[in-house]
Design a protein around this ligand. Structure first.
Ligand SMILES: Nc1nc2c(c(=O)[nH]1)N[C@H]1C(S)=C(S)[C@@H](COP(=O)(O)OP(=O)(O)OC[C@H]3O[C@@H](n4cnc5c(=O)[nH]c(N)nc54)[C@H](O)[C@@H]3O)O[C@H]1N2
Ligand SMILES: Nc1nc2c(c(=O)[nH]1)N[C@H]1C(S)=C(S)[C@@H](COP(=O)(O)OP(=O)(O)OC[C@H]3O[C@@H](n4cnc5c(=O)[nH]c(N)nc54)[C@H](O)[C@@H]3O)O[C@H]1N2
Ligand SMILES: [Mo]
Length: 714
């Protein structure tokens, strides 16, 4: 973005206007409505200008000087570690932090406190894509880049609503459709993305493995297997023919609900395409078999040789601005900085050397996910929690566990930019953070491109950049030698040392100075190009050929059988609830909920119900409907629409406690997790639907509540 900066009403440098940056390779100057209203957001009230402290759990919080709050946070964390050991502390971070902040949080928790209990909202987001990539290709991150959108002849968009959630990239995709490319969309809900599809596969929720295996069955039967590529660059194919025999189109149509003719057409489009790419997001990841979904999708690319060449490849779209950065900085699961792992002895040794730690310091076991972390806290095994740049009381599935955990913890520190969130309501100490235009730092996009944010605006009051708050708490905990940095550039220089030849994570050509002149995409060799769109290509003299960072240098086929979702509808809970996003709101609305222009576009919560079900349940448009699962309930106004199939319903997850009672859909959703990625299921949950009579006595009507006027805390 290009930001116009000037003095604001209170005299500090503030953002007056935000425009797209025509020179940036990610968007070529295009912005969505949320980006275009950045200045409105930054001028909105509700920012934290001091720290806050709550001396008793029932008391109202009072202001505290930020220096005193840092000291108190460090002292109390130190004392809990000294009394109960390192595993009594957990840190919960975010894909919306800069690389510097993600890196320092990982360094503090895994390196210095000495526990692997760091979790992040990425666990709710792309943990499955990361673990799927690692298994199939040997390392995380996409093999291709956004440039592929300009060269693909066929797109398979599966479990992603790009029109609403990646609107700028979707415009680029649509430019390619205008040039003749074809779009296949697989989604149980007829989304705005599906409206643009040449072929829409409206599958039953959670049946993607059957669909993907069925497509591969037909591609092979149609003679479109790229035998040369399979022989030269992959392993594991020998098990596939017998496995795929179990997925004939009749059976796949029965499981997925997709017509056989449509399955055949999709397989023909993919099988005969010169180039094709797939885009996926939460519809595949937020599943108890999310990792398998990624593997089955990559199988299609390997079988057709559609990978590591322009216009082709499996492309996991990341959600948050720096979600990819978190994966690279090692906060996820077994990670260590630079796509390393605590499970690999050489990686631990390398990291110990850079961090100046005695050999054998780093723990060799990995965290088991957000849900497990909050469960352990609710049981009293974790005593302190430091939450940075995420709002788990609103965003974690079956959130009751989170609330119980924060109530049980001895110390809850929340570091946020805004004073009132569903989670700050549970904090003992609140630390005030600067937002991205007020921070110097680096972020990495879905396609491995690093962009530097220069701090152009002044943070309000005493707010400080997240990396600075983390470094200062770490220093006061007694780790000053390892956490004293003059500036963000110095932290980045340390990150650069984590370049990793094993995975191609090459940052050697990405200095801070170079980033000042514009973005750089890794793998970036010293002195090389700024754009490096295709990864995994090696030239041994006979031209570039793919070599994957697996043990044998080959990508791996995995036979992943169809599995039912964790919770299917039954007599007691007969409907499937799907949750997701609206185009003009951002997650838990601490930002977009303050922008009038955006609230006019997506003003209120709702639940979509198919007309046939609405009729059977005597529900009319606008009626208040109770959505209830085995775990909890929400009450939302009905939208009657055939965008959802009979037996299914959809609710956005944006609206939470600050906007009214019984609005949180995560009071209802599941917390079952994928056993490989520990990512929770947020798309398939069994519920009942029932009309709630509107009380005729005037009273606190929970919905609809105008989004622009948040009510006070939870
Ligand atoms: N406007 C807006 N944009 C955003 C965000 C935001 O909050 N608001 N958040 C960002 C973030 S962090 C993320 S992770 C991305 C998420 O981007 P998306 O993943 O595109 O968004 P969602 O709405 O969560 O869900 C995607 C789709 O999955 C479908 N789905 C549900 N169940 C299934 C299934 O079983 N199979 C298949 N194939 N599909 C299924 C849903 O119907 C939905 O259309 O968006 C990013 N962009
Ligand atoms: N039911 C359901 N639940 C979901 C999902 C779903 O599809 N369905 N999607 C999941 C996914 S993919 C995601 S990514 C999560 C997102 O869930 P969250 O991460 O909880 O959502 P946000 O609202 O983005 O929370 C960011 C928090 O950071 C604060 N903040 C903003 N900028 C800064 C900053 O610079 N520094 C600091 N310290 N704080 C800042 C904001 O005020 C806000 O409180 O939700 C997940 N939950
Ligand atoms: Mo996300």
């Amino acid at each position: 973005m290009v930001l116009e900066v000037g003095p604001g009403p209170d005299g500090r440098r503030t953002v007056l206007r935000a425009d797209g940056d025509r020179a940036h390779p990610a968007n070529a100057g295009r912005l969505c409505a949320k980006g275009a209203t950045s200045a409105d957001l930054l001028a909105a009230p509700g920012r934290l200008t001091t720290a806050k402290v709550r001396r008793e759990r029932d008391a109202a919080p009072s202001d505290l000087d930020v220096d005193a709050a840092i000291t108190e946070t460090a002292r109390r964390l130190r004392s809990i570690v000294d009394t109960h050991g390192p595993d009594a502390v957990a840190v919960y971070v975010s894909g919306q932090l800069t690389l510097q902040a993600q890196y320092l949080a990982t360094k503090l928790v895994k390196g210095f406190i000495g526990t692997n209990q760091i979790e992040s909202n990425s666990r709710l987001c792309m943990a499955s894509a990361a673990s799927g990539y690692k298994l199939s290709l040997g390392a995380d991150g996409p093999p291709g880049s956004y440039d592929d959108f300009d060269h693909a002849d066929v797109f398979l968009v599966i479990g992603a609503n790009m029109a609403d959630c990646h609107p700028v990239l979707f415009l680029r995709l649509r430019d390619r459709l205008k040039a003749g490319a074809k779009l296949i969309v697989a989604d149980p809900r007829r989304t705005a993305t599906a409206d643009r599809a040449d072929l829409f596969l409206q599958l039953r929720p959670g049946t993607d493995l059957a669909l993907l295996n069925g497509l591969l069955h037909l591609i092979v039967a149609g003679g479109h297997l790229d035998e040369e590529f399979v022989a030269a660059h992959t392993e594991g194919w020998e098990a596939m023919p017998a496995f795929l025999a179990g997925y004939p189109p009749e059976r796949v149509a029965g499981i997925t609900g997709i017509a056989e003719a449509d399955l055949r057409r999709a397989a023909e489009l993919i099988g005969t395409a010169r180039t094709w790419m797939s885009c996926w997001t939460m519809g595949l990841n937020q599943s108890t078999h999310g990792t398998w979904n990624t593997n089955a999708l990559i199988n299609l690319h390997l079988a057709t040789g559609a990978i590591c060449r322009p216009g082709s490849g499996p492309f996991s779209l990341t959600g948050q601005p720096n979600a990819m950065g978190g994966r690279e900085m090692g906060y996820l699961g077994s990670g260590l900085p630079g796509q390393r792992s605590v499970l690999v002895p050489q990686d631990r040794a390398f990291t110990e050397t850079v961090w100046g730690l005695p050999a054998g310091t780093l723990r060799a076991e990995a965290g088991k996910g957000t849900v497990e972390m909050f469960s352990r806290m609710a049981q009293g095994r974790i005593k302190a929690c430091w939450i940075i740049c995420t709002n788990p009381v609103a965003s974690v599935g079956n959130r009751r566990t989170v609330i119980e955990a924060l109530e049980a913890a001895e110390l809850v520190v929340v570091q946020d930019a805004f004073a009132e969130t569903e989670t700050t309501a549970y904090a003992d100490i609140v630390l005030p953070a600067a937002t991205w235009p007020e921070t110097d730092g680096v972020m990495v996009s879905s396609e491995r491109t690093l962009t530097r944010l220069a701090s152009v605006a002044d943070p309000p009051g005493q707010a400080l950049p997240d990396w600075r708050l983390i470094a200062r708490v770490a220093a006061e905990m007694g780790y000053g030698e390892a956490f004293t940095y003059a500036d963000a550039a110095e932290v980045f220089a340390e990150i650069q040392r984590f370049a990793n030849p094993q995975t191609g994570y090459d940052l050697r050509g990405v200095s801070y100075e170079r980033l000042q002149g514009g973005p750089v995409q890794w793998p970036a060799a010293p002195g090389g190009d700024r754009r490096n769109p295709i990864r995994y290509l090696h030239d041994d003299g006979s031209g570039p050929r793919p070599r994957f960072p697996t043990a044998g240098g080959r990508a791996v086929f995995f036979a992943r059988p169809h599995l039912d979702a964790a919770e299917l509808p039954d007599e007691d809970y007969p409907f499937v609830l799907n949750t997701g996003r609206l185009p003009h709101q951002w997650h838990t609305m601490t930002k977009t909920g303050k922008v009038a222009k955006l609230n006019r576009l997506n003003p209120r919560p709702f639940v979509e119900i198919n007309p046939a079900d609405a009729q059977a349940l005597a529900i009319a448009e606008g009626d208040r409907v109770e959505v209830a699962s085995r775990r909890g309930r929400a009450v939302l106004p009905a939208v009657v629409t055939d965008r959802v199939m009979p037996g299914a319903c959809f609710a956005p997850f944006h609206f939470n406690d600050l906007f009214g009672e019984y609005l949180s859909i995560n009071a209802v959703t599941s917390d079952a997790v994928d056993p490989l990625s520990f990512q929770p299921e947020l798309k398939v949950c069994a519920v009942t639907l029932a009309r709630v009579p509107t009380p005729d006595v005037p009273g606190p009507r929970p919905a609809p509540v105008a989004a622009a006027e948040p009510r006070s805390g939870a």
